[in-house]
Design a protein around this ligand. Structure first.
Ligand SMILES: C[S@@+](CC[C@H](N)C(=O)[O-])C[C@H]1O[C@@H](n2cnc3c(N)ncnc32)[C@H](O)[C@@H]1O
Length: 258
């Protein structure tokens, strides 16, 4: 792990809505579609990607609000629904680059809150956030996150994705390994009552991981926010009400809602 950065707070996006952060939904999309011709040297898959980007209302809205990634809306929509980001909260952002989720978190937790993020890649500074460069699967990641956080976390969130190999079972295993690494970190850093959000793949969370989540948290659910593309296999597992250390045999196992 190498490096750490901090700097100017939030995006340039205007704040609206009751909680000081921009509300996420309400886009009607474009009525006119932009068509992209296949140019010489541009393959049909990159043409399809470009066409999708140009016709994606979230891409345009992210640019308008100064968000670094359209994925910012996924967190905003989950938070609109489930109230995960409380004012003054300490938040850990795993797989933070380029910083869209951290921007939304900073807007909603306010100046008294704190975000600590980590990614394999460097994240450009945001005031109120500390970004580490490193791999969450490495043992030193936990100690570095803990030191930067300065106290127990209220929310550990992971939008980490393993780079796709095209081989379904391999991609599934790699994604699950990242979710498990994220949960290890969450269990070590969360305050009692804290929350955990992690990207998983369609089909939800494997039985072993799901029962671990239900032991550790009061409520576990799977969420597909509207900004998550319908043709994408991604889904988020959201667990709230962390029971704290020693939660191996709770009297009431966590509820699972779908
Ligand atoms: C979809 S992007 C996250 C986007 C981010 N939530 C945002 O809104 O800007 C997934 C990120 O996970 C990071 N990642 C993947 N594996 C990782 C690992 N083992 N440790 C740390 N970061 C990882 C990737 O480098 C990538 O930047």
């Amino acid at each position: 792990m190498s490096g750490r950065s901090g700097g100017a707070r939030g995006g340039s996006g205007k704040r609206s809505g009751k909680r000081g952060g921009a509300t996420a939904g309400g886009f009607s999309g474009r009525s006119l579609k932009t068509r992209v011709r296949t140019a010489k040297g541009r393959g049909s898959s990159s043409t399809r990607w470009l066409q999708r980007q140009l016709n994606d209302p979230y891409v345009e809205e992210a640019q308008r609000r100064g968000y670094r990634a359209r994925s910012a809306f996924k967190l905003a929509q989950m938070d609109d629904k489930l109230r995960l980001l409380r004012r003054g909260a300490r938040v850990v952002d795993l797989g933070a680059a380029p910083g869209g989720w951290s921007q939304v978190a900073l807007e909603r937790i306010g100046p008294e809150g704190r975000v600590v993020g980590i990614d394999l890649e460097e994240v450009a500074p945001l005031a109120g956030a500390d970004f580490l460069v490193g791999d969450v699967r490495e043992p030193e990641a936990l100690a570095q996150l803990e030191a930067a956080l300065g106290g127990p976390a209220d929310l550990v969130m992971s939008d980490m994705a393993a780079s796709a190999t095209g081989h379904g079972p391999t991609d599934h295993l790699r994604t699950m390994a990242l979710v498990e690494a994220a949960l290890d970190i969450a269990e070590a850093l969360l305050a009692p009552g804290g929350g955990f959000v992690a990207k998983v793949l369609q089909g939800g969370t494997e039985a072993g991981l799901l029962s671990r989540l239900k032991r550790g948290f009061k409520t576990v659910r799977h969420v597909k926010p509207p900004a998550s593309r319908k043709d994408s296999a991604e889904l988020y597992v959201v667990a709230v009400g962390f029971r704290g250390g020693g939660a191996e045999t709770p009297e009431t196992p966590g509820r699972h809602e779908t």
